[in-house]
Write a new protein. Structure first.
Length: 257
């Protein structure tokens, strides 16, 4: 497959790709260089939602190009180290493409098919890949619905996001854009004092580690969204929703269903 054709196919999928991305230009001046394979670089190790996303990109790219797609799990490679790894290992015939939440949302320039593409566009495509997956359907447990959220007066809504690290960065911008009609707003970086700042009124929303979610619900958050792998069980009848519920009817097609 020609490199230019590959880039055009990515764009057609809604991902887009800058021809200036290091992974697609290193070692070759011509964008029409033939490709022999693709490497997906996955920082943060082999577990968690980043790995799930990589698995779907691997399948999509294989189907799209007919080329072998290898996934390289790089334990401990985060931030710009992951970018540097992708650049070092990228070859004209086998570009290394970076799949990484924190890097995509904060680094600005990455060796990635998602180069300079808004997170909402990245995940509109990823969401379409999750349909009918029995593993993800099994994770759809919840104790609240969007109807529960809508019963909370708009002016008094506060939102906590459970799940930080790669997954938190990965989804934060998308949730920010798509959840605004529900009265929620996102901070793109989770920090130790974020929830305190929400409760004091300085911030509207924040991401919170899953282990602390009930403590913060008890202190006045209206609802909490779980973006981790498992459900957050609620024992105080506050609204707790999963990412699939929050975004399910806001994307083309369906999310997790």
């Amino acid at each position: 497959m020609r490199r230019r054709d590959f880039v055009q196919k990515l764009a057609a999928l809604g991902l887009g790709c800058s021809m200036g991305a290091p992974a697609l230009t290193k070692g070759a001046n011509s964008p029409t260089h033939d490709l022999e394979g693709i490497e997906l670089v996955v920082p943060f190790g082999a577990n968690g939602i980043t790995s799930q996303v990589a698995r779907y990109f691997q399948a999509a790219l294989t189907n799209m190009t007919g080329l072998p797609v290898q996934v390289a799990h790089q334990h401990g490679y985060t931030g710009m180290k992951a970018v540097e790894y992708a650049e070092r290992h990228s070859r004209p015939q086998r570009p290394s493409l970076l799949i990484a939440g924190a890097v995509v949302s904060t680094a600005g320039v990455v060796a990635s098919p998602m180069h300079n593409v808004r997170a909402v566009d990245q995940f509109r495509y990823v969401a379409s890949l999750y349909r009918d997956d029995p593993v993800l359907i099994a994770r759809q447990e919840t104790v609240a619905t969007l109807d529960d959220l809508k019963r909370v007066p708009l002016a008094s809504r506060k939102c906590g996001i459970s799940g930080v690290g790669a997954a938190g960065h990965l989804f934060s911008e998308m949730i920010s854009r798509l959840a605004q009609p529900l009265g929620t707003y996102m901070v793109t970086q989770g920090d130790a004092n974020a929830i305190e700042r929400v409760l004091s009124g300085e911030l509207t929303t924040a991401m919170v580690d899953k282990g602390s979610c009930h403590r913060y619900l008890d202190r006045g958050l209206s609802f909490l969204v779980n973006i981790g792998d498992g459900p957050v069980m609620n024992h105080r009848n506050q609204a707790v929703v999963t990412l699939s519920q929050l975004l399910g009817n806001r994307l083309k097609g369906s999310f997790f269903y």
